[in-house]
Every structure is written in C-alpha cells, then in structure tokens.
Design a protein around this ligand. Sequence first.
Ligand code: UDP
Length: 194
Amino acid sequence: SHVSIMDISFINTTKDKLLNEHLYPKLNNGEKCFIVTANPEIVIKTKEKPNYKKIVQSADIVVPDGVGIVIASKHKKQPIHKRIPGFDLMLDLLYYANEEQLSVYFLGAQDDINEKAVKEVKKRFPNVKIAGYHHGFFKGLEAEIAKEVQNANADLVFVALGSPQQEQWIYNNINQFSKGLFMGVGGSFDVLSG
Ligand code: UDP
C-alpha cells in the first residue's frame, strides 16, 4: 500500500518486503527502476521546487527515510510503521548483488571518498562486479559522465550527489538506459568509506 504525504506517494511496507517483493524481482528481470529515499528535508524541497516535486513523483518507488515521515503519517488511515534508512537499503542491495554477482556503478562523493567506498565494497562484497565509479564533481563534463555510466551497463547505479542533484541526475539520464536500479544515496559513500 501507499501513503501520500504532501503529494508524495510513499510505499508503506517493511524493508524486507520492499526488497523481496519489489526490488529483487526487478533486479532479476532487469527491470528499470528509480528509487527515491525521501526524508523530511526532501519532502520540504518538493514543496519549494515544483520541478523537483515532478521528479520525485516520477520515481517508481519512494521510500520513507526518516522518523519525520513516520510521524507525518500518524494521522493517516494506514500509518507508516517504521522508517527505511537509505543506507540500510543500499547495504542490503549490496549483499544481494554479492550473492547474485550483479554489477554496480558508484557515482558521486569526493574523489578519495568515492575510491575508498569502492575499496570497501570490494573488501566486504567480493563477488559484486564493479561496473565503474566516478566522483561527483564533474561540472562541465555532464555528458561524458552520463555516457560512461551508460556504457558500464550496471545492474545497480548508486548516485551520491546529495539532494536534489542526485534525483535530478537520475531523472535526466534514466531514459538512456535499458536496465538498472537507480537510487540516490546522499552521504552513504562517506559513511561506507569510514
Ligand atoms: N556531492 C557530490 N557532488 C556535488 C555535491 C555533493 O558528489 O556536487 C556529494 C558529497 O561529497 C556527499 C554527498 O554528495 O558525498 C552529499 O551528501 P549529503 O549528506 O550532503 O546529502 P544529503 O543526503 O544530505 O542529500
């Protein structure tokens, strides 16, 4: 089921069901998917920026990432029970990618952080295929970077450019891909890199 908060339709389920019923099947089928993990800051930005709202509304799945979203749903008919942290979702997807030997592209964060995060993934998830990686400061090189990510043809694309840039990037580029699960992951590479 879904719960609408300020015109954003959040999926109302557990992390395990989200993974088992939605994300793993999409990955198995090579089905394209745009996931937004939305915290209250993101919801507020959609109110301030109509174009950003349109982008978030275009996502296939909007995940409630933050207790603020859970609290905002309290008066709804079917309240959201628990937040689903974007970082946890990314880790679970990496575990699955490791099991299934899927390929992953890592776009975003500072150069050294990006490299350290990829190194950490190689260590913790040795069967993940690193489709490619690039830092998130590429002003003037947008087309080249988009092309590189396209050519990598990854099963999963994690985009760590912060909001709203990461959702904007996915929205701008997803049509050029034939497959891939795309998710904005904010500061997750910084966390992953230690
Ligand atoms: N970032 C980037 N390119 C930019 C701006 C930011 O790659 O042009 C990265 C930044 O280095 C950090 C992440 O995006 O790794 C943003 O994390 P933050 O926690 O600020 O994002 P939020 O989750 O708050 O949206």
